[in-house]
Design a protein around this ligand. Structure first.
Ligand SMILES: Cc1cn([C@H]2C[C@H](O)[C@@H](COP(=O)(O)OP(=O)(O)O[C@H]3O[C@@H](C)C(=O)[C@@H](O)[C@H]3O)O2)c(=O)[nH]c1=O
Length: 181
């Protein structure tokens, strides 16, 4: 597994070793020991999620104020532009965002620690988005930051009009959001 740093030290890109042959390919999509050794992180995952979205769908920017979730995210069909925003007030990278294209060809995964808001926009006709979380879904504690918050100013790598769900349309601005210490 190859570890690729990003501009935010705690957000990392992982590239698994892919074994290709005449049948197709194989790779370990997750291995707890390899993940811990490669990242130096001692986190356990408790939930796997899978969503499918059409082109232009933007899900996010989501986080939980209690039971914050670390997320290890990947795409198994299509392409997305995936974004993490540091919302830990005490962090030197508070308010900064990091974005990376995840797709079924590059097999890249993004580690988004607890304390970050997360979202993605679908670039292909559709995309299957799979992710592991380090704590359980707690809807009563889920919050959303506006995808287009001018204080964060994310360059979404998508030139269309994003399709938002009701809750994503109501995302708070960073200055109004309930954030982490
Ligand atoms: C996230 C989630 C949703 N659900 C249910 C609630 C709802 O009825 C339906 C769809 O939920 P949502 O619209 O919240 O799904 P979605 O907008 O895909 O929410 C996800 O967005 C991405 C960007 C994230 O970062 C995730 O943490 C999560 O917030 O699925 C679960 O049962 N468990 C879960 O873990």
């Amino acid at each position: 597994m190859k570890i690729i740093p990003t501009n935010i030290p705690d957000v990392i890109i992982l590239e698994p070793k892919v074994f290709g042959d005449s049948r197709g390919f194989f790779f370990e999509s997750f291995n707890q020991l390899a993940f811990s050794k490669a990242t130096g992180l001692d986190v356990q995952f408790v939930q796997d999620n899978h969503s499918r979205s059409a082109k232009g769908v933007l899900r996010g920017l989501h986080y939980q104020i209690q039971h914050p979730q670390g997320k290890l995210v990947r795409v198994t069909h299509g392409r997305v532009f995936d974004v993490a925003v540091d919302i830990r007030r005490s962090s030197p990278t508070f308010g900064q965002w990091e974005g990376v294209e995840l797709n079924a060809e590059n097999h890249r995964q993004l580690w988004v620690p607890a304390g970050f808001a997360h979202g993605f926009v679908v670039l292909s006709d559709s995309a299957d988005f799979l992710y592991k979380t380090t704590d359980y879904y707690a809807p009563e504690y889920e919050r959303c930051i506006a995808w287009n918050d001018p204080a964060i100013d994310i360059n979404w790598q998508y030139d269309g009009e994003p399709q938002l769900s009701g809750k994503d349309k109501q995302g708070l601005l960073l200055k109004d959001a309930e954030l982490f210490a």
